[in-house]
Design a protein around this ligand. Sequence first.
Ligand code: IMP
Ligand code: MG
Length: 177
Amino acid sequence: MIEKVHQLISKEEIALKVKEVATQINNDYKGKDVVFVGVLKGVFMFMSDLLKEINSTRVTTDFIGLSSYKGGTKSTGEVEITADLKDSIEGKHVIVLEDIVDTGLTLSFLLKNFEKRKPASVAICTLLEKPSNIEKYVKIDYKCFVIPDKFVLGYGLDYDERYRNLPYIGVMEFIEE
Ligand code: IMP
Ligand code: MG
């Protein structure tokens, strides 16, 4: 099998959209202290670019590692925390940053888990949403792109841990040799 990547969203389109979403967040959270929680590891490029556009000097960052057990390509809904937050979010305004919402199972697990930690508020911000696979509805407060039901990679997202370094978002095509 030969792997061929087609560009779906260019780095220029990503940069524009990320700025737009950051502006919305800047407006909505004026004067509030916010903790940005990145879901590892696919979010690292998006988080880095978004945070450079956040104009408050009072924001903090934290990370959480989650793994969902997948049977084949489908998520089973069983999610495990592989690396927990470093600090308490009690009383804090939290914005969860995700690379992609696919079935919604990972995020609905995370939201339930965060509720118990008594934050002041929790909002969801995702780079990509693939609405065709949704199994558990989660309210997405900020999103950059809605994409069709295709496996995407690049700009932090992986195929078998590779391709995270691509500066754009691509779709994989497998060609028989
Ligand atoms: P969900 O629980 O199905 O919403 O899973 C979301 C997680 O699955 C994301 O955080 C990604 O790590 C992974 N994922 C889902 N779709 C894709 C894709 O098209 N490319 C790369 N990773 C994906
Ligand atoms: Mg992920």
